[in-house]
Design a protein around this ligand. Structure first.
Ligand code: ATP
Ligand code: PAU
Ligand code: K
Length: 248
């Protein structure tokens, strides 16, 4: 069995797959220890191999790797930056600066679409990347995601305070808010809607209607009504991870 990890800035997304790629289990955790416990709790064999992508520091990622080797004695392959892979060229001036989660998600998107695509990932940050039909990465955009927008408002004001349950309830509609929680949650959601619609405009001016829009990341669900044509692929980073780190 293979342990797959996407180590983001706030959470670790994990899953365990068999060699035939069928999924045994998976989830989202916020600490290395919680990851080890979740994998230990899976019925069946422990994974012998691991492939991972991380946007954390080298030290944090090494620390996680050491903990996994200690717990499971597995071998680890890490996704690395590349100038080109699987028919896609990295569009950054300095290819190593492109976030590896973005690189893998756009590799996965191009692989699935086999034509021009835009890949939007809604996590701690929101990112968007453009790939032409020829596999040329044209670059992309980075902006704050829902968790960062909320927290900036909470941190830099004195009277914006509310709990998680009321935040969830506030999104039952996108009408003008009649309480702080509604005003903030709906306002930030509409910022994301606006962002995504502008990405669509850019894609249309480049390619007409001849492209696929992919949406991934923990907050992908906030968008599906605005862009019903989008393909929501929650595991897009894992699609790219398998391409970048093949385990024969
Ligand atoms: N089960 C879940 N656990 C945690 N967050 C979740 C879950 N489902 C949806 N989310 C939402 O997903 C967002 C986090 O996104 P995601 O997990 O894709 O990225 P991340 O690890 O925080 O950061 P990165 O963008 O660096 O990968 C949060 O806003 C959170 O509300
Ligand atoms: C933008 C994030 C934080 C999204 O997870 C990550 O891809 C990252 O740290 N990127 C490095 C900066 C860049 O992609 O230009
Ligand atoms: K991510």
């Amino acid at each position: 069995m293979i342990l797959e990890l996407d180590c983001g800035n706030s959470f670790i997304k994990w899953r365990v797959i068999r060699t035939d790629a069928s999924v045994v289990g998976g989830g989202i955790v916020d600490t290395n220890q919680a990851l080890i416990e979740a994998v230990e709790a899976l019925a069946g064999d422990t994974p012998a191999r691991c492939r991972l992508v991380s946007v954390r520091t080298e030290e944090e990622t090494d620390h996680l790797g050491d903990a996994l080797v200690k717990a499971f004695g597995l071998s680890i392959v890490r996704a690395r930056s590349a100038t080109a892979l699987a028919g896609v060229t990295n569009g950054y001036d300095d290819y190593e600066r492109l976030g590896l989660d973005r690189w893998l998600a756009l590799l996965g998107g191009y692989h699935l679409a086999r034509r021009a695509c835009v890949v939007i990932d809604l996590g701690t940050a929101v990112t968007s990347d453009f790939v032409s039909a020829q596999g040329e990465h044209l670059g992309g955009f980075i902006c704050p995601g829902m968790p960062l927008m909320r927290n900036q408002l909470r941190t830099h004001t004195r009277r914006i305070r509310y709990d998680d349950e009321s935040a969830e309830r506030a999104l039952s509609s996108l009408q003008p808010g009649r309480s702080t929680v509604e005003a903030v949650e709906r306002g930030c959601t509409l910022m994301l809607h606006g962002f995504v619609l502008t990405q669509l405009e850019q894609a249309r001016s480049l390619w007409g209607e001849d492209f696929t829009l992919f949406i991934t990341g923990g907050d992908a669900g906030l968008l599906h009504q605005v862009v019903p044509q989008a393909r929501i692929v929650p595991d897009l980073v894992f699609v790219g991870l398998a391409m970048a780190c093949p385990l024969e």
